[in-house]
Design a protein. Structure first.
Length: 304
């Protein structure tokens, strides 16, 4: 990224083109969708500006994924399987979903160093250790179509750009560059898409003819509501004592509420649907504060 002499604005980027030559591209707005946000942090350091404060949830996640051909005699009474460990004693979990071409995609995962191996035999052994045998039983007779793909993730990180007093004009980090979440929950790309929609709205509603002026502070402020729900999900990782970071003061109450809500969802399809809509960011977490739902959840908490 290139900055003006006084560091007040970003004026473009310098990159390597297809021929391998260095090229400078002028720009009124540079969006950092790099994932880790390294370009934005490097730019702030180079112009002597403070870096944003960070809130972290350290989990040391490791997961492995394999693709299997679905056997002809596979069970037809389910389409997908999700298995969770008995927390906090067991961090292992698994997910199996159908793909096009009559295939299964199977992922197994663990936290805090309890990660699956990278070979086929080790993958099956790890799957056999899950809390329920459904996934292992399904793939033990299935043909493995490729190797084992592995991924490591140290932790969720939220950068508080909204707390900075000043920020360069013409620069906007987005997606994981601002906040990255435990990928097991599958919310990061959805958050990035919602942020892109927010950026579009902000650019369209500019009334003074200069949509870039004040864009970043407004974006940082308004996107907090988009992060609230997925970040609250990421904080559930504090259920494991080994998780690093500042555990919220009300975490135990939040956890008890979540357990009671899950039990209620197991009995009421409408509540189950609501929890999935919140998890998939179709509805805000605030819907859980509905007085009638709150009474039902509190009753479940009392039963426990």
């Amino acid at each position: 990224m290139l900055a003006s002499p006084d560091g007040a604005a970003v004026t473009g980027v310098r990159c390597e083109n297809d021929s391998g030559a260095c090229e400078t591209i002028a720009a009124d707005l540079v969006v950092d969708a790099s994932g880790r946000g390294a370009p934005t942090l490097a730019l702030l350091q180079s112009i002597g500006r403070p870096l944003p404060e960070e809130t972290t949830i350290g989990i040391d996640l490791g997961y492995a994924t394999c693709i299997f051909a679905i056997p002809d005699d596979a069970s037809t009474d389910w389409k997908g399987v999700m298995t969770f460990g008995q927390v906090p004693q067991n961090t292992r979990g698994g997910l199996m979903l159908p793909l096009e071409g009559n295939r299964w995609m199977v992922t197994v995962a663990g936290l805090h160093g309890d990660v699956p191996p990278g070979d086929a035999e080790g993958f099956l052994t790890y799957a056999r250790s899950l809390r329920t045998p459904t996934i292992h039983n399904a793939i033990s007779r299935a043909k493995l179509l490729d190797g084992v793909a592995r991924y490591r993730f140290t932790g969720s990180v939220r950068r508080h750009f909204e707390r900075l007093d000043v920020f360069p004009r013409g620069l906007l980090p987005i997606g994981d560059a601002i906040c990255r979440f435990n990928p097991v929950y599958g919310q990061g790309m959805s958050v990035a898409a919602l942020e892109a929609c927010l950026l579009k709205r902000l650019l369209e509603r500019s009334e003074d003819g200069d949509p870039i002026a004040g864009l970043a502070p407004t974006f940082f402020a308004e996107m907090q509501s988009l992060i609230e729900t997925p970040w609250s999900v990421a904080m559930l990782d504090f259920v494991f004592p080994e998780t690093r970071g500042q555990r919220p003061a009300d975490f135990e109450t939040t956890l008890k509420f979540g357990i009671a809500l899950t039990r209620l969802a197991a009995e009421d399809p409408a509540v189950h649907r609501l929890t999935l809509e919140v998890q998939h960011l179709l509805k805000p977490r605030s819907v859980y504060r509905d007085p009638t739902l709150m009474q039902r959840v509190l009753a479940k908490m009392a039963e426990a």
